[in-house]
Ligand binder design. Structure first.
Ligand code: PGA
Length: 265
């Protein structure tokens, strides 16, 4: 089975009104030919509308994503943003469980699950981020932590909802640190995540779900990471802020998938 590659650009709390527009224009300009890859960019909330109009204007099929959402549809939740509001702004995809939200903001597995369900029920694609800290890795707990976060986020979800879920494996120690998981380590974690999907849902869900890698991915290491059989693309932080780098990473995802496909005959 050939899964369509997926590359996300997570801008985090970076850019300003003008630079967000320039970055979106740069990416859209370099991707004139629509690549056989889902490419989603995740700007900060205040720039969603303006980035959306740039993407629509350029018409290259780039998708707009949100870095977060709140699980309630509306009401007295000061500072929060609902799935419906995001959809109004052109958003089609949302990140939940990002390590910065888990470890810096303090979001619990329970809240992440509520956000995931709210996103899916509103019709959004949800990218569930999971991954172990350095301490957990050193204690040999990588797979244990991944499974715990998968169970908390996805158990009992049903096949239909799973078709709108992308999983991002992002080892916390690799995010923004310049340290990347080796392709073999990433493959090992992804393979186990896929095995969990197979045991929890079925083999079809396991084969169809995209599992992408995040954590200091850049043009220099993207091709090698993406050529692993269970690595279906990447969630890119730092390198997504430079349009030429981000586009090189998108191209690496497309080429690696083609090479894998050809080598399988
Ligand atoms: P990084 O961030 O590429 O800067 O390590 C990845 C992420 O947090 O999604």
């Amino acid at each position: 089975m050939t899964r369509r590659p997926y590359v996300g650009g997570n801008w985090k709390m970076n850019t300003g009104l003008l630079s967000a527009g320039a970055l979106a224009r740069g990416i859209a300009g370099d991707l004139v030919d629509q690549p056989p890859c889902d490419v989603t960019i995740f700007p900060p909330f205040p720039y969603l509308l303006s980035v959306n109009s740039i993407l629509r204007e350029r018409g290259v099929g780039l998708r707009l994503g949100s870095q977060d959402l709140y699980h309630q549809p509306n009401g007295a939740f000061t500072g929060e943003v609902s799935a419906e509001m995001l959809i109004d702004c052109g958003v089609r995809s949302v990140l939940v469980g990002h390590s910065e939200r888990r470890h810096v903001i303090g979001e619990s597995d329970g809240l992440i699950r509520q956000k995931l369900i709210a996103g899916l029920d509103a019709g959004l694609e949800v990218v569930l981020c999971i991954g172990e800290t350095l301490e957990q890795r050193n204690a040999g707990e990588t797979d244990l932590v991944n499974v715990r976060q998968l169970e908390a986020g996805l158990s009992d979800l049903g096949f239909e909802r799973m078709s709108k879920v992308v999983i991002a494996y992002e080892p916390v120690w690799a995010i923004g640190t310049g340290r990347t998981a080796t392709p073999a380590d990433a493959q090992d974690a992804h393979e186990k995540i896929r095995a969990w999907l197979s045991a929890t849902f079925n083999d079809q869900v396991a084969q169809e779900t995209r599992i992408i890698y995040g954590g200091s991915a850049k043009p220099a290491n993207a091709a090698e990471l993406f050529s692993q059989p269970d690595v279906d693309g990447g969630l890119i932080g730092g390198a997504s802020l430079v349009s030429a780098d981000f586009v090189r990473i998108v191209r690496a995802a497309v080429t690696s998938r083609r090479v894998q496909h050809d080598s399988r005959g």
